[in-house]
Design a protein around this ligand. Structure first.
Ligand code: GTP
Ligand code: MG
Length: 423
């Protein structure tokens, strides 16, 4: 690929195939376009679209994207009309197709399915003379086991019901392995072809037929009729099967009803037997229960009488014990009172003794105090007598000293007159 050469003859290649087969993806890869593709189950391309020109080996190339047959929104005849309109107008403008690519997913589970039905319409659109310009491209090889892919490819190429008749008349089959290189090699192969006029272009432009008179529409109608026939046969088969099933169901239902009735009768018998057994059991249990109740009642009465006797004995014993206790209490009380009186007597005796002892002690202390007072009185008087004697003595000495001083003074006075002083 490279710059678009001036004046070179443009190769226009149309890409067709079932919806979702990868037409737009193939075109985007090889032309660098960005046509819308889809991951969903819904059809994506709704109109015929032509890429910008691009160059392969110095040839200007245009790829034509087409909506896929078996579109989710449009009928096959609508799609055919869209493609036919494009081919008619381009042919009228003098443009013819250098090649046609029919894309087939090798990963399709049903080889004879939608894709091959579309291929038949495609062939009628191209015509037998142009099959040399047609290339069948198998893609999506990555989604299948290689051995299974090869087997399918061989089957497609060798089975008359598939691509063999077209391949016999010059159509080629290529693998597209998702790489640009594989896509380019397919384009390069087509570029060696001479442009051709398709059957539908001849029919619509040269022969001025209405689209309803074209072989492609014939093929679509044939397919529609065939589909209707298949549908009719299928509906009849289903109807027969339904009727048979209905009969079989009725027979089966009758058998089931009988079996159900038998089963219910058996169930009723079983329930009745069960009920009888349960009733007998209940009556037996009732009798046993009554007998048990009677025995239990007797035992209960006996037990009550026994308990009554035991209780009365117990009450008598308790009364006796209470009287015994009362007697002992009264004895203890009397003993206690006696002991209390004795104790009080002893205490009174002890008190009297203590009082006598205290009186004796008081008298002894009083006596001692009196003696002490007397002793102190005596000592005091003695001391006073001695003091008085001492004072008398001192007075006597003072008198004597005064007398002596008197005498000395007298003597002095006497001596002062003589003029002599005797010391
Ligand atoms: N693995 C694999 N997936 C592919 C290839 N080509 C297309 N796809 C995927 O297939 C899906 C449909 O691809 P499109 O290119 O939209 O198919 P289409 O044929 O243009 O579909 P319509 O426009 O609806 O008719 C997308 O998810 C693509 O990515 C391929 O070569 N290999
Ligand atoms: Mg598309």
């Amino acid at each position: 690929m490279g710059r678009v050469p001036e004046g070179s003859e443009t190769a226009t290649i149309a890409v067709m195939g079932a919806t979702g087969s990868g037409k737009s993806s193939f075109i985007n890869l090889v032309s660098g376009s960005s046509l819308r593709t889809s991951d969903s189950l819904h059809s994506c391309t709704e109109e015929v679209a032509v890429t910008e020109p691009f160059v392969v080996d110095s040839r200007k190339v245009l790829l034509v994207d087409t909506p896929g047959f078996d579109d989710t929104n449009k009928s096959d005849s609508d799609i055919l009309k869209l493609i036919a309109d494009f081919l008619t107008s381009s042919y009228k403008e003098g443009q013819t197709l250098t090649g046609l690519i029919f894309i087939h997913r090798i990963s399709d589970h049903r080889m004879g399915g939608i894709s091959l039905k579309n291929f038949r319409t495609f062939r009628k659109l191209c015509g037998e003379q142009t099959l040399r310009n047609v290339v069948i491209v198998t893609n999506m090889w990555s989604g299948i086991d290689p051995h299974l892919g090869e087997e399918r490819e061989r089957e497609l190429a060798t089975n008359d019901a598939f691509f063999k008749p077209a391949l016999d008349k010059g159509t080629k089959m290529f693998r597209h392995t998702d790489s640009l290189e594989s896509a380019l090699s397919i384009i390069r192969y087509i570029l060696d072809n001479r442009p051709v006029v398709l059957q539908i272009q001849k029919e619509l432009v040269d022969e001025k037929k209405d689209i309803s008179q074209t072989a492609a529409v014939d093929e679509l109608e044939r397919q529609l009729q065939a589909a209707k026939e298949v549908q009719r046969i299928e509906t009849e088969r289903l109807k027969r099967e339904l009727e048979e099933a209905e009969r079989a169901r009725e027979e089966e239902a009758r058998r089931q009803r009988e079996a159900e009735a038998r089963r219910r009768q058996e169930e009723l018998d079983r329930i009745e037997a069960e009920r009888k057994r349960a009733e007998e059991q209940r009556a037996r249990e009732q009798r046993e229960w009554e007998e048990r109740m009677r025995v239990e009642e007797q035992e209960r009465k006996a037990a009550i009488e026994r308990q009554q006797r035991e209780l009365e004995a117990k009450i008598a014993e308790e009364r006796r014990q209470r009287e015994e206790t009362e007697r002992r209490r009264r004895e203890a009380q009397a003993r206690y009172e006696r002991e209390l009186a004795e104790m009080r007597e002893r205490e009174r005796e002890a008190a009297r003794r203590r009082e006598a002892e205290a009186e004796a002690e008081r008298q002894r202390i009083q006596e001692e105090a009196r003696r002490e007072r007397e002793r102190r009185q005596w000592e005091y008087e003695d001391r006073m007598a001695r003091e008085r004697a001492r004072i008398e003595e001192e007075r006597r000495i003072q008198r004597e000293n005064a007398e002596r001083l008197e005498r000395e003074l007298e003597w002095q006075r006497q001596n002062e007159g003589g003029g002599c002083f005797i010391q």
